[in-house]
Write a protein that binds this ligand. Sequence first.
Ligand code: NDP
Ligand code: HSE
Length: 433
Amino acid sequence: MTTPHVRLGVIGAGFVGRALVQMLDDDSRQVALVDGATATLELVGVAVRDLTTVREGVDSSLLTDDPLSLAARDDVDILVELAGGIEPARTWIETALRRGASVVTANKTLMADCGTELAQLAHENGADLLYEASVAGGIPIIRALRTSLAGEKINRVMGIVNGTTNFILSQMTSEGRDYADALKEAQALGYAEADPTADVEAFDAAAKVQILSSLAIGTALHGEPILREGISKVRSVDVDYARRAGYVIKLIGVVERVGEHGLSRRTHPALIPIDHPLAAVHGAMNAVFIEGDRSGPLMWLGQGAGGEPTASAVLGDVLHAARNRVNGRHDVPFTVDDRLLSVDSGDLSSVFYLSIDVRDEPGVLAQVAGVFGRHNVSIQSMEQSGFGQEARLSFLTHVALTRDVTATLHELDLLVSVDSIGACIRVIDGGGA
Ligand code: NDP
Ligand code: HSE
């Protein structure tokens, strides 16, 4: 019997692509693919933008600056897309899928934008579309959701799915740095990009939440916006308050069932109780915490970024796609549940941490408390710290509707005695949805 031969084309030789190419060079990884028989993997091309860059560990004879032609090549059985962004990545992937080649990608932006269509296209052409590395880098959460947890009703997924923001918030918590300082360090260490917007304003986390939601609950992947709040407004005083009250602040992504067919998908900073497993996830690590109906709580922890951990997840997908090809099969797309409806975020309830800077004058506290009462927001605890003519009021509410809290802050903002609203951050597992 001849050894099956599977040919790969890789688009992108940056952090992840280069690590993948180096791993493919290691003979020991040309593993047993089918029931004891081996198959060989052959890398036939690597597409990049700039052919003049020196790329250690990448055979320069394989390089091309024409990714579309690589995607269209008849002898490429599996196309690995590691360039990122929506276009032209979408065109490359569609080109490969239309001729029946399988595709492996780490591109969460693209998957969140049009993953359902691409998965359908793959299915129609008898090919795989695999994207394990698109969420939480090296953590194998996608295959766990697709296979091991396929029979589980998942009620909630909460994840720390962005390493850059977790690093910044961890530095603010453990080293007492302010946001700007911690961001600078994240940039110096290569976690944050020169333009950190995608990470700190939670666009990256939002795309990952959409992908997790499609697999955990069955929502379509077609770019529907979700509630997204970043970390750029989190201040040292908020981190300090959280610590005194027994919490840590984390940027979390949440996918949550609300009632029978309701759904909440969101990403925002949250106060997490210090004894919650996610509170112990420090630095640039990622974690995904799942609450299943029968499985109970489960958690995965690992490196959510970095060339090698991410390429490890990509290689797992490559081998899975290769096995499928050798066996003449492909994975079916995830199921979309059309009955699911996103719940208006105003209708969600939670405990909130609120911080308000006010004039330190008689009657101000009563005025502020009156506004809370008028909007049906009950105060659980209040701390006042004074500085000169000003005072900072920090509140934990009881469980309150988000729309009531928003209305409270809106009215407070109009009071002459209120200088500024400093923080409005949800408290996880303090009650509510
Ligand atoms: P890099 O920016 O390091 O590398 C991107 C690569 O793609 C470069 O080699 C670049 O070529 C090539 N490329 C970009 N656009 C084109 C184009 N139009 N034509 C040809 N080549 C192109 O990205 P990463 O390796 O960090 O990320 C790759 C993917 O993996 C992204 O989707 C990212 O979101 C995802 N990912 C990354 C993680 C990480 O830790 N880095 C973690 C999880 C997912 P050139 O080198 O010539 O510029
Ligand atoms: N920028 C992402 C992070 C890694 O900081 O986690 C890529 O998904």
